[in-house]
Design a binder for this molecule. Structure first.
Ligand SMILES: NC(=O)C1=CN([C@@H]2O[C@H](COP(=O)(O)OP(=O)(O)OC[C@H]3O[C@@H](n4cnc5c(N)ncnc54)[C@H](OP(=O)(O)O)[C@@H]3O)[C@@H](O)[C@H]2O)C=CC1
Ligand SMILES: N[C@@H](CC=O)C(=O)O
Length: 427
């Protein structure tokens, strides 16, 4: 017997159009395999007369009133794919208070107000799912919930912003400028309406915050992560690094060490031997290290209409099944931990350096401060382990860009001599 679920949707842009298209394409399969039929009753948009890439099914209402969706007593399930913070929070809150289950792809909102919304959903006995909020088409949240249920995660290292990875890959592989590559990512529908968070590392930080709740039961804040984006990375740096066996990636990391969780979102040099170095373009990759499974890598498209819509619809089906069975309420994530939070940049580690300073000056630095410097190609170097103080002093020259090398952290303190302070060296 088939159960019909009345659905309302907020947003009909890149992801919303994908949801409409996938929902009609997969309707027969969903009915056959799940015993569910989803009837898209109403879709709310901002601009009623804007051109659309999909046609709505016959009978689906298009409105510019969010309330017409979230307060409609017929609607049982609301899909929020419009983005925004305040408007989306108000809409989801109203939907939950009206007893509706909610599926959202909104990482900004789930990272910053997710805990409040989860509590509200629990109080109202509704479901709140958000698989598409992290890594687009990769079912990483459900995998962490279901497949790591008995396991203990030690570390998560992810390329989790499709736009930034597309840009860095294009700069490395085709020599495009940052601006050219970003424009292409925008045209492909990977970037947010305003791409500032994509390239500034905030989008990856929001996703790391959500991932960390599932992997460690630990909530992070943007202030704790202090993300560094890719806006200062140049095509020349990407290509010099690649020549020497490193790929520059915007990496989001969280790693348990004792009772601390170390985190970072920053451009990092990933060695060619590591699987993450081969995750290119809009692809995302999440490498998980855990006690029972060991090392695993989950890859797939991190953004884009169809792949993201697929994740949204998997949540819709999960919520639909609970509506059918009357089992709504259990939170998507119930992992809870109590770790202190630190940043990777508080630890000694090795770096790739890019500079226009003469090699003799760089050699003097290394000699005076007792660290070693391996020259790579044209103004690039690989350092031995540097303490945070040494790094700060080195960067005070303002003529050196330092990119941390993945997996080079020294967990035990190392004794390193401080550098003499030299600022504003003439080049
Ligand atoms: N694009 C992607 O690859 C991914 C996106 N996401 C997330 O999914 C969400 C949607 O992204 P995306 O589809 O790319 O965004 P788009 O900008 O393409 O679409 C946003 C849609 O929301 C509608 N909208 C915006 N504000 C309002 C409002 N106040 N009232 C009613 N409708 C509104 C817009 O209406 P109108 O068309 O009339 O302007 C538009 O249809 C975001 O949270 C994003 O972060 C998550 C994973 C991947
Ligand atoms: N803008 C985001 C879209 C998916 O979350 C990205 O580029 O990863």
């Amino acid at each position: 017997m088939t159960t019909t679920i009345e659905v309302g949707m907020l947003g009909l842009g890149t992801v919303g159009s994908g949801v409409v298209e996938r929902l009609s394409r997969a309707a027969v399969k969903i009915e056959q395999t799940q015993g569910l039929r989803f009837h898209l009753a109403t879709v709310a948009v901002n601009h009623l007369n804007a051109p659309r890439t999909v046609s709505l099914p016959l009978g689906t209402q298009l409105t510019d009133s969010i309330d017409a969706v979230v307060t409609d007593p017929q609607i049982q399930l609301v899909i929020e794919v419009m983005g925004t913070l305040t408007t989306a929070k108000r809409a989801i809150t109203t939907a939950l208070k009206h007893g509706k289950s909610v599926v959202t792809a909104n990482k900004d909102l789930i990272a910053t107000a997710g805990e409040t919304l989860v509590r509200l959903a629990q109080r109202e006995g509704c479901d709140l799912f958000y698989e598409a909020s992290v890594a687009g088409g990769i079912p990483i949240l459900r995998t962490l919930t279901d497949s790591y249920a008995t396991d203990t995660v030690q570390s998560v290292a992810g390329i989790i912003n499709g736009t930034a990875n597309y840009v860095l890959s294009a700069m490395t592989r085709t020599g495009q400028t940052y601006e050219q590559a970003l424009r292409a990512a925008q045209r492909a529908g990977y970037a947010e309406a305003d791409p500032t968070n994509d390239v500034g590392g905030l989008d990856a930080t929001y996703k790391l915050i959500i991932l960390s709740r599932f992997a460690f039961g630990q909530s992070l804040t943007v202030e704790q992560v202090r993300p560094v984006g890719i806006t200062a990375v140049t095509t020349s740096q990407c290509q010099l690094a690649a020549t020497s066996g490193w790929q520059l990636k915007l990496l989001a990391q969280a790693q348990r060490h004792g009772n601390q969780l170390y985190c970072r979102v920053a451009p990092v040099a990933v060695g060619d031997g590591r699987a993450l170095s081969r995750v290119n373009g809009v692809q995302n990759g999440v490498a998980i290290s855990s006690q029972a499974i060991g090392e695993s890598l989950y890859t797939g498209p991190g953004a884009g209409s169809t792949a993201t819509a697929n994740s949204v619809l998997n949540d819709v089906i999960a919520a639909g099944q609970r509506l059918r069975l009357g089992t709504r309420g259990p939170a998507f994530n119930r992992n809870a931990g109590q770790l202190g939070v630190k940043r990777f940049d508080q630890l000694p580690q090795a770096y790739l350096l890019f500079t226009t300073l003469p090699s003799a000056v760089m050699a003097d630095y290394a000699n005076e401060a007792h660290f070693s410097l391996k020259p790579l190609s044209r103004g690039s170097y690989q350092t031995s382990t540097l303490s945070p103080v040494q790094l700060a002093q080195l960067q005070a020259t303002r003529a050196i860009t330092a990119i941390p090398i993945a997996d080079s952290v020294a967990w035990e303190p190392v004794s390193v001599a401080p550098l003499p302070i030299r600022t504003n060296i003439a080049i």
